[in-house]
Write a protein that binds this ligand. Sequence first.
Ligand SMILES: NC(=O)c1ccc[n+]([C@@H]2O[C@H](COP(=O)([O-])OP(=O)(O)OC[C@H]3O[C@@H](n4cnc5c(N)ncnc54)[C@H](OP(=O)(O)O)[C@@H]3O)[C@@H](O)[C@H]2O)c1
Length: 353
Amino acid sequence: MSNDFKPTNVLIIGGTGAIGAYITSSLLSAASPKPYTTLSLFTRPGWDSDPSSNKAKLIQHWQSQGLKVVTGNVESLDQAGFTQVFEEGKFDTVISCLGRATLKYQPKIIDAAEHSQSVQWFLPSEYGTDVAYNEKSASEPTHVGKLALRKHIREKIERLKVTYVVTGPYFDMWLYPIPGYEQAGGFVPSEKKAYVIDDGEGKVDDGEGKVGFCTMWDVGKFVTATLRHPTQSFGKALKVQSFIVTPKEVLAEFEKQTGSTFDVTETPLPEIQELEEVLWDKKSDNPQPNPQATFVTLRRIWAQGGTLYEKNDNEVLEVKQEDLDTLEEGVRRYLAGGYKAETFGVRACSANL
Ligand SMILES: NC(=O)c1ccc[n+]([C@@H]2O[C@H](COP(=O)([O-])OP(=O)(O)OC[C@H]3O[C@@H](n4cnc5c(N)ncnc54)[C@H](OP(=O)(O)O)[C@@H]3O)[C@@H](O)[C@H]2O)c1
């Protein structure tokens, strides 16, 4: 690959998902010159079977912005099938935004890219917590799948360039408490309630511990910026952040914007760790983890400082602070309904229709 590589034909897999929709939308609305010539979405067949569905409306809106559509299923398509998809579309860059349920198919997909004649650059599905933050990271149950893929890449991938975009928690999601496990953190403005984790050792100090966040819109911006900086990004896990704030600063912003005082529940970190033991079913010989275990563990990792760096990589991508969302903007959006009520498809469609 030459040193002046620039993405030409880009394929996004999982681009209609929770974060994928923000990434696809950001890439399509990128300022000219765009960081690609064509952008294609790999989505399951049947996406257009109900034209009134949000997904169909969203993809059709994106098509009007120039998106091409390739259909297939990551479960049933084998490695040779993927290689054929990549070569037929002359895709040189592949962005995976697959969700946790389909991360297990990524080794097959990246092997197909490695053995293709076309793909040069692959961005695996990360967009989250730094799975290699410190020596404890390897034993976090939430990190197993992504770490296994990184190992696979180190051992089996020689030709492709790979970049991981590590964003930390999505501020928009972190604001919502986990139903039934509110003590792991979140804000309920309708009840004027806030939940924060206190590590009990003075480190997190009653919601005073800093957390580095990305808003979901900014994740899209950072992936777009990554595509504009190929050589600076090759072989890296880029740590990018919208803002770094404490839960107490978030609380103050809620109280300012709503003009109300919130009732705050502080839960000591050891209680969260005990809850994790139960949710992961650790004492059982045949553990049956609760689906919410992942989210409680991630919130504990974030509260313990697992998103903090001496310096992040925003500058590597030449993304300036003034181009990013602020705490104020994030809280304002949440109070307006948040990402759940945002119904991304409808919003994205109505913005331009
Ligand atoms: N930092 C955070 O706070 C945070 C929060 C959530 C997730 N994440 C990370 O973000 C990444 C993406 O997760 P997500 O929650 O956004 O994903 P998701 O919404 O669960 O799924 C993404 C897409 O995968 C595609 N998909 C599912 N099954 C498929 C199949 N059999 N064949 C083809 N495509 C299939 C679907 O696309 P189609 O319907 O178009 O086929 C779906 O829209 C993950 O790495 C996750 O860990 C981070």
